[in-house]
Design a protein around this ligand. Sequence first.
Ligand code: ZN
Length: 79
Amino acid sequence: MTARVLVGGLFVDCGDGFENKNGDRAGQITYRRAPRARYECLRCQTVEGPVSGAAAVKRFVATIRTIHVCRTGAQPLAA
Ligand SMILES: [Zn+2]
């Protein structure tokens, strides 16, 4: 039997925006409230972030669980 332990929480707010239907920016999103994300490590109580903006949130969500340097000395999680 494999035990599972919750080691962190990744919180993502997708923001509030709309897709531009016409013009030079067609297909892009205009945000009224930018996306945000933060990561809370339950092992060392560290909060990483928050980061803001679509590109920053995408990069943060993809990498934070593997690059968080845990103050308890625990190894980063496998991607
Ligand atoms: Zn940690």
